[in-house]
Design a protein around this ligand. Structure first.
Ligand SMILES: Nc1ncnc2c1ncn2[C@@H]1O[C@H](COP(=O)(O)OP(=O)(O)O)[C@@H](O)[C@H]1O
Ligand SMILES: [Mg+2]
Length: 346
């Protein structure tokens, strides 16, 4: 299998230092390696070893303290914010441990979301999203909102969303971290099968040695450094689910189209992001500052959600009130955005 593989990611002496008052934390401490096209690469290490930081550096979410990261021949550290946002949108997909689906949107809308920001026309968008959801065995759940689905189903939506725009590279940070062992295997199978189908590259963070059976390359991380790199010639291949979720009566079909009022987003569970996202308006080719970028925004949303959870308890009800307002805003923004071609959204 020693074909002439093309390098898609090159990490050169990457360093990330966090300053905590007087203390310096070397989260990533001089790391170099490459990831080849179509490779399933695992970053493996214990908690706190620097895996997520490294992944975030590779995805351009965190800034390097030192070193260089080259993706598809471009040094991402040298790009402006706008360029980087556009680059991410064109080349990268993301799968998160807590799914990061937008709580006020259906499965279908969540999968369409990245395509909206890529200005893909409505009909095509819908077609692609439906196809993806069928692939992940969720044909019968397209109109479900995240909290009406199990964790495994939500992550399958997350995978469909990550792959729908056919990114060259998909980054996944502990994508099965919140799932039971049976669902973990289903999700891993799907992730691998999905990537292999179009020769897409995966970089996945995990602390779970078992999951590396799917990996072509394992980067062992310890204290911010690479301990060893393993190549696996016969990694476990994945498969798409041969079953389909049973179809359920489509309640949304009856109240067709607008109003969106009916849904009562009572809780803001982890994994759903009932928080405001900036509306792109309808001129927005430009990303960055005023634009929407899923990677950045979900990161921010994640942080915001965590803060909410921390502060929660006593102020629970009040905060949920805010979340509700945020959810409505997203929904309105989305509806606004697609309204010119809504005939094809039926
Ligand atoms: N934003 C941050 N500020 C300060 N320290 C951080 C930050 N993010 C991560 N760290 C520290 O960097 C180290 C690596 O963290 P992380 O990359 O999250 O590890 P892992 O994903 O392997 O569990 C840890 O010591 C962590 O506390
Ligand atoms: Mg981590």
């Amino acid at each position: 299998m020693e074909e002439k593989k093309k390098t898609v990611i090159e990490v050169r002496d990457a360093k990330k230092v966090y300053r905590m008052g007087q203390e310096k934390i070397k989260a990533v401490d001089g790391v170099s390696f490459t990831v080849e096209e179509g490779e399933f690469c695992c970053l493996l290490g214990t908690s706190g070893s620097g895996k997520s930081t490294l992944l975030n550096l590779m995805a351009g979410i965190e800034k390097l303290t030192k070193g260089e990261i080259i993706i598809k021949g471009k040094s991402i550290g040298k790009m402006s914010e706008n360029k980087l946002a556009k680059f991410r949108q064109d080349n990268l997909g993301f799968v998160f441990q807590s799914y990061n689906l937008i709580g006020s949107m259906t499965a279908l809308e969540n999968v369409e979301f990245p395509l909206v920001f890529k200005r893909v026309p409505a009909k095509k968008r819908r077609k692609l999203a439906v196809e993806m959801l069928k692939n992940v065995g969720l044909k019968g759940r397209m109109q479900h909102k995240p909290k009406e689905m199990s964790g495994g189903q939500q992550q399958r939506v997350g995978i469909a969303r990550a792959f729908v725009a056919r990114p060259a590279i998909v980054f996944a940070d502990e994508p099965t971290g919140n799932l039971d062992s049976k669902t973990t295997i289903e999700v891993m199978d799907m992730l691998k099968a999905m990537a292999r189908q179009n020769n897409q590259t995966i970089v996945m963070v995990t602390h779970d040695r078992k999951l590396t059976e799917y990996a072509d390359k394992i980067i062992n991380i310890l204290d911010g450094k690479i301990e060893s790199i393993e190549i696996q010639a016969n990694s476990k291949e994945g498969k798409f689910p041969e079953y389909e979720e049973p179809a359920v009566p489509d309640k949304k079909a009856e109240k067709k189209g607008k109003d969106g009022k009916k849904s009562k987003d009572k809780t803001s569970k982890s994994g759903t992001k009932d928080t405001a996202v900036p509306n792109t308006g309808d001129t927005g080719q430009s990303q960055g500052a005023g634009g929407f970028d899923l990677a950045y925004e979900t990161e921010k949303l994640e942080a915001a959600a965590q803060k909410l959870l921390d502060e929660e308890k006593a102020a629970k009800l009040a905060e949920q009130g805010e979340s509700q307002a945020g959810a409505e805003e997203i929904k309105d923004g989305f509806t606004e955005f697609v309204k010119d071609d809504k005939s094809s959204l039926e």
